[in-house]
Design a protein around this ligand. Structure first.
Ligand code: NI
Length: 258
């Protein structure tokens, strides 16, 4: 079995202290490739460096909506330089977070659009973070998304109806361990509505360990097998079939040279 953790933060503490150990445990569990996702200029730089040091580890670069207030023109220009690295497979995470509003909404929107323009210019897919802002996120994508290579909504927690709106636009949907939580019936209905050709799996670690290891901290890529098993059962597939199909989707979406 060769699963791909399509969204992890291996630059974050405490995972960053022992990346070789984290990757080895992950391989043992059957999660054998990873995309570590940048959330700021400094973190994106770290993600690219880390990806360069480990086989099957790739990077995405972006400035999280939480930090949009810091993303001026100079920062975005520097991000674009980092994004040209050969281990960089996507732009993000970027998007809108109107739950926390750590940055003002106009700043978040401006920086999201700047990421989309960069993704088009560099012909890279986009990893979208959207929280309490589904309509506004779609509005911006509908206005600025033409010509994008691919769009994935990560850590999807919306409804089946919202998932269908993404599928109608040709977008992809990615699920974390949240889908295994007892109170996550809505996310499960969404996962059921997304065909395997558009579905990806992720940890978003170090956060949110899946059931039945939810109390384990930190979350790490090895634990993604629980989410994969859960989704396989939901889809009526064996874990091996689920792994083969979700990995094929991720390889195609991120154009991973695996
Ligand atoms: Ni994340």
């Amino acid at each position: 079995m060769n699963l791909i953790d399509t969204h992890c933060h291996l630059t974050f503490e405490p995972l960053a202290d022992d990346v070789p150990g984290v990757l080895e445990r992950s391989r043992q569990a059957g999660v054998t490739a990873w995309i570590t996702v940048g959330t700021s200029l400094a973190d994106s730089r770290k993600a690219v460096e880390l990806a360069g040091r480990h086989e099957n580890l790739y990077a995405s670069v972006g400035i999280h909506p939480h930090d949009a207030k810091d993303a001026d023109g100079a920062a975005m220009a520097e991000l674009k330089e980092i994004a040209r690295g050969d281990r960089v497979m996507a732009i993000g995470e970027t998007g809108l977070d109107f739950h926390y509003n750590f940055s003002k909404q106009p700043d978040q929107k401006r920086v999201f659009v700047a990421h989309l323009e960069m993704a088009k210019e560099l012909a890279l897919p986009v990893i979208v973070h959207s929280r309490n802002a589904f309509e506004e996120t779609l509005e911006i994508l509908d206005r600025h998304g033409d010509g994008l290579k691919g769009v994935v909504f990560h850590c999807f927690g919306g409804s089946a109806e919202q998932a269908r709106q993404l599928l109608d636009r040709g977008y992809y949907v990615s699920f974390t361990g949240v889908v295994t939580f007892k109170n996550a019936q809505t996310a499960r209905e969404a996962a059921a509505a997304v065909p395997m050709g558009r579905l990806m799996v992720e940890t978003d670690c170090p956060y949110m360990s899946p059931e039945p290891v939810r109390s384990r901290k930190p979350n790490e890529p090895a634990l993604m097998v629980h989410t994969a098993r859960f989704l396989a059962e939901l889809k009526g597939l064996s874990i091996d079939e689920f792994a083969a199909q979700s990995t094929q989707t991720a390889v195609r979406f991120f154009r991973l040279p695996l």
